[in-house]
Design a binder for this molecule. Structure first.
Ligand SMILES: [Zn+2]
Ligand SMILES: [Zn+2]
Length: 324
């Protein structure tokens, strides 16, 4: 068996395709922690007084987010937060318990909330209402909007100054191309971690894993023996075609030219950061119903609009007394 290219002591277990190195488990973990720390430090994503809410789903990415950040950020400045969507057969007490255990081993508290507690409806109830009323709706769009809102409400309520999500490099580059192909370059800028803060009510969102390949995250999780949620959400009937095609195309490209995804993201980052620094931005208006920020030119936010369309009274609050 070949030895690790970094320490030269232990057996190599992983091939890091974008650098061409063979690594042992320990050096792989160290390499990823260092790259996450570099991403955070380089852009000052976490400053001295920040408290960071980690949005944890229970998937492998969220364990790696928790583990890497707690390796260099003081654990009392991190708060874990997990949303239970309320999907029969998917929301899974054992995963929440495991997540709690992993968090507490790293000195991090975990707050768990259900969509029902925050909005008065579980995702299953929303989908049932839509079905009964014969309304066309995408469960993923609704769930995504409720989760994003829930995370932001939780961050404000729990006194967090940043929220961290576990998006990896593969997710980021797919989203980048989706926005380009849909002709929505503004979205690239708005979703960028260095985007200007367009409302005091929106807690800035950081993505510390955005330069780590998904396959590296899988190896990291495997190496540390994390047991994570692998059940797929039953509402995902099939993947959105565009994302699936982009993913396939990116993998082909990556196979031919290892490191392609990383250079794509870094090149676009450079352009986007230049654009951000040279543009003036308007503050976002507030939704007339819920009072939360909405897009320029709208007076009702997308979430309230979707709820009204289903005949549901829009609501959303985060009451700390329910936290477990
Ligand atoms: Zn090594
Ligand atoms: Zn609203």
């Amino acid at each position: 068996m070949p030895l690790c290219d970094v320490c030269g002591l232990r057996e190599a277990k992983y091939y890091q395709h974008h650098t061409g190195r063979k690594l042992c488990g320990k050096c792989l973990i160290e390499d990823i922690r260092e790259r996450v720390k570099k991403e955070v430090d380089e852009h000052s994503l976490i400053n001295g007084s920040d408290r960071v809410l980690l949005a944890l789903s229970g998937g492998k990415d969220s364990f790696v987010l928790l583990d890497t950040l707690s390796s260099f950020v003081d654990s009392n400045r991190l708060i874990g937060f997990s949303i239970v969507e309320g999907i029969p057969g998917y929301n899974r007490e054992e995963y929440i318990l495991r997540l709690k255990k992993y968090a507490s081993e790293r000195g991090v508290d975990l707050v768990v909330k259900s969509l029902k507690e925050i909005f008065g409806y579980s995702l299953y109830e929303v989908v049932s209402i839509a079905r009964d009323r014969k309304k066309e709706m995408s469960p993923c769009t609704f769930c995504g909007a409720m989760r994003r809102r829930g995370i932001n409400l939780a961050a404000r309520e729990l006194g967090a100054t940043k929220t961290a999500t576990a998006h990896n490099l593969d997710d980021e580059v797919q989203t980048l191309f989706m926005n380009i192909l849909r002709g929505d370059p503004d979205r690239l800028i708005r979703q960028h971690p260095l985007a200007p803060r367009l409302s005091d009510l929106l807690v800035p969102r950081i993505k510390p894993l955005r330069k780590i390949y998904e396959r590296e995250i899988t190896a990291y999780a495997y190496e540390l023996g994390f047991k994570f949620q692998e059940t797929e959400c039953p509402f995902i009937v099939h993947e959105p075609t565009l994302r699936a095609r982009i993913r396939h195309w990116l993998y082909m490209l990556e196979k031919e030219r290892p490191g392609s995804m990383l250079s794509l993201l870094e090149s676009f980052d450079e352009l986007i950061i230049k654009k951000i620094s040279s543009t003036k931005y308007e503050k976002l208006p507030l939704c007339k119903i819920c009072g939360e920020p909405t897009s320029i030119g709208r007076d009702i936010c997308k979430l309230c609009e979707m709820m009204l369309d289903l005949g549901i009274e829009p609501k959303g609050s985060f009451n700390q007394t329910h936290s477990s």
